[in-house]
Design a protein around this ligand. Structure first.
Ligand SMILES: NC(=O)c1ccc[n+]([C@@H]2O[C@H](COP(=O)([O-])OP(=O)(O)OC[C@H]3O[C@@H](n4cnc5c(N)ncnc54)[C@H](OP(=O)(O)O)[C@@H]3O)[C@@H](O)[C@H]2O)c1
Length: 254
């Protein structure tokens, strides 16, 4: 019970990595709120988790939505200890094809969404509470056709430093987890690949990673438990790569 008594918010907690983190957090004794835009996904996730979970449909790029989430947490719990900025999207688009719409879609969700999530929650965060940003191993790489997503994740990575300093007097820690290649809905079909293409791609990618396999959502959930718990009380301002060693041996052709 490494998170006993803690209250956590996980944006994008209805699917993929966020959902796995929510399950682990509840198992470790936390009360967890999950958000996302699709209420049906949140309800399914909350039903699967069973207890000690609340949810609310909310768009991270809408400050009013995030304030409503914070109001709900305040009314029900009074405070929040762990804020996980996990909601994120991206896609492969060549630099010559980036337009304002795509720029807004990716930047607003990842970057503005992290600001709004934290702005809404800060009044509920006390000493010893913690912010965790879900960045990406790609923020350490120079992958072609991924510049916008990587720029967004790099901005989030930089928040670990600036926010650590900005929030030091309040004794709020700020860290990031940079997942490697983790099969989830976003990493597959939603990037335009068929399930068969995705399986072949993952097999190839596994051969490139020192760990010999792509990651699993549980790898990220374990890291999120550590960074959310008091075990990491002296860990502040870092990006923890959970990538099987991929960034260490880059460049490879992904
Ligand atoms: N899978 C990987 O290999 C990998 C690697 C590195 C980093 N990541 C990062 O991990 C995070 C989770 O991704 P995932 O792989 O678990 O994919 P996922 O299952 O698609 O999760 C993304 C979540 O974000 C939510 N979301 C998207 N836009 C939102 C918005 N505007 N407001 C609120 N919620 C929003 C989605 O729910 P709704 O659509 O219902 O809003 C969804 O639940 C992302 O930040 C991603 O960039 C993933």
């Amino acid at each position: 019970m490494r998170l006993q008594g803690k209250v956590a918010l996980i944006t994008g907690g209805g699917t993929g990595i966020g959902f796995e983190i929510a399950k682990y957090y509840v198992k470790e004794g936390a009360y967890v709120y999950i958000t996302g835009r699709r209420e049906n996904k949140l309800q399914e996730a909350a039903d699967a988790i069973g207890s000690n979970v609340g949810y609310m449909a909310a768009d991270v790029s809408d400050l009013d939505d995030m304030k409503k989430v914070a109001d709900k947490i305040k009314a029900e719990q009074g405070h929040v200890d762990i804020v996980m900025c996990n909601a994120g999207i991206g896609g492969y688009v060549a630099l010559t094809d980036i337009d304002e719409r795509e720029f807004d879609r990716v930047m607003k969700t990842n970057v503005l969404g992290s600001y709004f999530t934290v702005q809404a929650c800060l009044p509920l965060m006390g000493e010893g509470s913690t912010i965790i940003l879900n960045t990406s191993v790609t923020a350490s790489l120079g992958l072609p056709n991924f510049s916008l997503y990587i720029a967004a994740k790099s901005a989030m990575k930089s928040f670990t430093k600036t926010w650590t300093n900005e929030l030091r007097n309040r004794k709020i820690r700020v860290n990031a987890i940079a997942p490697g290649i983790i099969p989830t809905p976003a990493a597959g079909g939603e990037l335009g690949r068929s399930p068969e293409e995705e399986i072949e791609r993952q097999k190839y990618r596994a051969t490139l990673i020192p760990a010999g396999k792509v990651g699993h959502v549980s790898d990220i959930a374990n890291a999120a438990v550590y960074l959310g718990s008091d075990e990491s009380a002296y860990v502040n301002g870092i990006e923890l790569l959970v990538d099987g060693g991929l960034a260490a041996i880059y460049p490879v052709k992904l």
